[in-house]
Design a binder for this molecule. Structure first.
Ligand code: CAA
Length: 388
């Protein structure tokens, strides 16, 4: 039995900042952002979008009534969750009208949470092949105005439907993973923005890649030439290349060119969105599948997942016959075309609009947010959402 990714949905807020504008305003050479980090645009979430609404909008795009009935497990990977107790998965379960006979849970390990979800889903489907699992990877990456991490913020969600007989990517049985307790990036419970040791986090991302990639090669006997492409967790799009270039030198030229070219294509959406933490790897996979016409059935795609703190994993999958027909390429292109470019001053205003932290009430105006599902306010310590 094949188990894997049957559908992929994606949602990003309707506002963005151009990185050239941000560079100019911060007195930085724009090349640092566009070339040095590889970021062209950065999604800006209005106050009416939180990780729950982003995830709901992404999932709403792909689920039909049969899926809603068959889903009996909802796993929500996030590191910007809205409640210390109640899982974001329960909100999404209700907003989408899923079958009540389901388990709904939030998973946390920085940007790695959704990958953990995928592996748990594989086990669940192996035991219950008639069921489906909905995985949500949703985050708002906030480092703060004028901080070194500011240029690597972003917002968005990827929804992943895992099933038997998947129509996009069948996951292979071997995956390799590694855990070590390090402090490269973290967000204590009292802080709304992340703390990061930027250089150290870059080094550890690459070190963990080597550990899991070497282990994968040993376990499978494969080499880079076996892969059509490798998609990476992308905190910024230069990061994956920094890891890939350390292992690509001895590879035959043809395979090297293929991997380099496909790496570029796999960064397309991420360059326009920024870091979406748990969803970044899967947004990169989506960029690749929706924008590379030369991929074909049975091609093998590698995936490198990294969550600071830290856990790394290398997994792989095989493209399924006719996978192109089951993507939402046109929906995603329209979503990008309809986004609104805002000035840095407006971005700063939006950034500073936050929900009260003292328990007071707030009603939000959702009419200016074109998203179908929006956060409508907080009342009596409870969030409420609207489905338009
Ligand atoms: N033209 C072209 N390139 C330029 C340039 C110019 N005018 N000016 C600078 N650059 C290049 C630099 O040479 C540098 O390239 P290399 O990395 O190849 O050396 C690059 O632009 C970035 O410059 P700096 O290193 O000086 O940038 P910085 O000190 O402002 O920090 C950062 C960059 C560490 C990524 C910072 O944005 C940050 O801390 N981000 C958050 C942490 C992060 O994303 N870490 C990634 C790994 S951890 C992870 O993956 C988990 C996660 O999601 C957070």
């Amino acid at each position: 039995m094949e188990i894997g990714i049957d559908k992929l949905g994606f949602y990003t807020p309707h506002l963005y900042v151009d990185m050239n504008d941000l560079a100019e305003e911060r007195g930085i050479d724009p090349g640092k952002f566009t070339v040095g980090l590889g970021q062209e645009e950065m999604a800006v979430p209005p106050i009416t979008q939180d990780p729950v609404s982003l995830a709901s909008n992404a999932a709403e795009q792909i689920l039909d009534e049969d899926d809603k009935d068959a889903i009996d497990l909802v796993l929500f990977g996030t590191e910007s969750g809205v409640d210390h107790s109640k899982s974001a998965a329960v909100y999404v379960h209700q907003l989408l009208g899923l079958n009540p006979k389901a388990r709904s849970v939030e998973l946390k390990q920085a940007c790695y949470g959704a990958t953990a979800g995928i592996q748990m889903a594989k086990g669940h489907i192996a035991l219950h092949p008639d069921k489906k699992v909905l995985i949500l990877a949703s985050d708002i990456a906030r480092y703060g105005l004028n901080t070194p991490g500011e240029s690597t913020q972003g917002a968005g969600a990827v929804a992943i439907l895992v099933s038997a007989s998947p129509r996009l990517l069948a996951l292979e049985s071997t995956s390799t993973y590694y855990t070590a307790d390090i402090m490269d990036f973290w967000r204590p419970v009292y802080s709304s923005t992340a703390f990061v040791d930027g250089k150290y986090s870059n080094e550890q991302y690459i070190a963990f890649f080597h550990k899991v990639w070497e282990d994968y090669q040993e376990q499978t006997g494969r080499s880079l030439t076996d892969f059509a492409a490798i998609a990476f967790h992308l905190p910024y799009t230069k990061m994956g290349w920094k890891a890939l270039r350390t292992v690509i030198e001895d590879v035959p030229e043809e395979a090297q060119e293929r991997l380099k070219n496909n790496y570029q294509i796999s960064t397309k959406y991420n360059r326009q969105v920024g870091n979406i933490y748990t969803g970044s790897l899967y947004l990169s996979l989506l960029s690749l599948l929706e924008n590379q016409d030369e991929l074909k059935e049975a091609d093998i795609i590698g995936l490198y997942s990294y969550g600071s703190g830290a856990v790394g994993e290398f997994l792989s999958g095989k493209l399924q016959p006719g996978f192109k027909e089951h993507l939402q390429t046109a929906v995603h292109q329209t979503m990008f075309e309809n986004r609104e470019r805002i000035s840095v001053a407006t971005y700063e205003d939006v950034f500073e609009q936050t929900l009260p932290t003292d328990g007071s009430e707030k009603q939000l105006q959702t009419s200016e947010d074109p998203a179908k599902i929006c956060l409508a306010g907080v009342n009596d310590h409870m969030r409420s959402y609207v489905v338009k």
